[in-house]
Design a protein around this ligand. Structure first.
Ligand SMILES: [Zn+2]
Length: 318
């Protein structure tokens, strides 16, 4: 991140430290490394595989478990940030079962190449690697070096991808800050949870979604453009929770239906039944059917629990 980098270099600069032996040692090593680096390399090894200026040699190890690997030429980057690659001519010298042997990928001149899926040893696969061929020089590329190449190959897409990455990083950085602020706005018994935030092209907060966990146990979602809008939204009268209200209405309707059923029963001189609402409703239906067939049965007055009617429904209905 550019900001962090500036901060680091700023600190080092202002500390005014005098170079010591370690610094000098490091400087010498760095110079030695630079000299080493500028010498053209003949081959580079990637685990059990290697590359020279003409071929990438991939071998199969572990009885066919690892390798031979894939080598491709990198020619650019898509707008989504994926590498655009070209396949290379392949010579396959593996056994019939492909459990041993090797393959050669012919490099196609100057450019950047990617290798992956190659055998690092007899027991593992190596990490994705990049290298560059330029004239006589063969050089393994670090991530940063690869990025410089990609930036040159696909400047527009690279900039887009970099900007998208910046936005993702900015969102991750902003989320805890926004959450801390939003927490302060919660009323008693409530909890406010920031679920998503978006940033605009200037990396400023552009939209946030907050889940409001209400004191009744239900929750609602609030989507707003900024914190002021959120405060305004939270300050508005809460009103009745629609879920609570719907639940209450359902309970009321069931209670009324039950009362109607019990009422019909008492009109016919039958006692009300005890039990849960659902049990009573069902038991009344069973008793109703039983009464039609056995109008004079003493059971009609004696059995006053819903449980009885439900338990004996099979024998009562037959
Ligand atoms: Zn509620």
């Amino acid at each position: 991140m550019p900001r962090a980098y500036q901060k680091c270099s700023g600190t080092a600069y202002w500390s005014g430290r005098i170079p010591n032996c370690t610094d000098l040692g490091n400087a010498i090593r760095l110079i030695a490394f630079r000299i080493e680096e500028s010498k053209p390399v003949e081959t580079i090894s990637f685990g059990k595989s290697s590359v020279d200026r003409e071929y990438f040699y991939g071998v199969v190890t572990g009885g066919g478990a690892y390798g031979p690997g894939i080598c491709e030429k990198v020619v650019g980057m898509s707008a989504r940030g994926d590498l655009i690659v070209e396949r290379l001519p392949l010579r396959d010298d593996r056994s019939g079962t492909k459990r041993s042997g090797s393959v050669d990928y012919a490099l196609t001149g100057d450019g950047v190449y990617r290798a992956y899926g190659y055998a690092d040893s007899n027991r593992s696969e190596g990490p994705e690697a990049f290298f560059e061929l330029r004239g006589d020089a063969l050089k393994e590329l670090s991530r940063n070096q690869l990025n410089e190449h990609l930036r040159a190959m696909s400047p527009e897409n690279f900039a887009k991808m970099e900007h998208a990455r910046c936005k993702v990083a900015r969102r991750a950085e902003l989320l805890p800050e926004i959450q801390a602020e939003v927490t302060e706005f919660a009323a008693d018994g409530e909890r406010l949870e920031v679920t998503t935030i978006n940033v605009d092209d200037q990396l400023q907060l552009s939209r946030l979604t907050v889940t409001r966990h209400k004191s009744c146990g239900h929750f609602s979602e609030i989507s707003v453009n900024d914190l002021d809008e959120l405060i305004a939204n939270l300050s508005a009268p809460l009103g009745v929770c629609t879920y609570c209200e719907a639940h209450a209405a359902k309970t009321r309707a069931a209670q009324e239906a039950l009362e109607r059923l019990q009422g019909t029963a008492s009109e016919k001189n039958l006692p009300p039944l005890s039990g849960s609402m659902r049990q009573i409703k069902w038991a009344l239906e069973i008793r109703h059917g039983f009464r039609d067939k056995n109008p004079g049965s003493p059971l009609l007055k004696r059995a006053t629990t819903a449980k009885y009617w439900i338990e004996h429904r099979d024998s009562l209905q037959s």
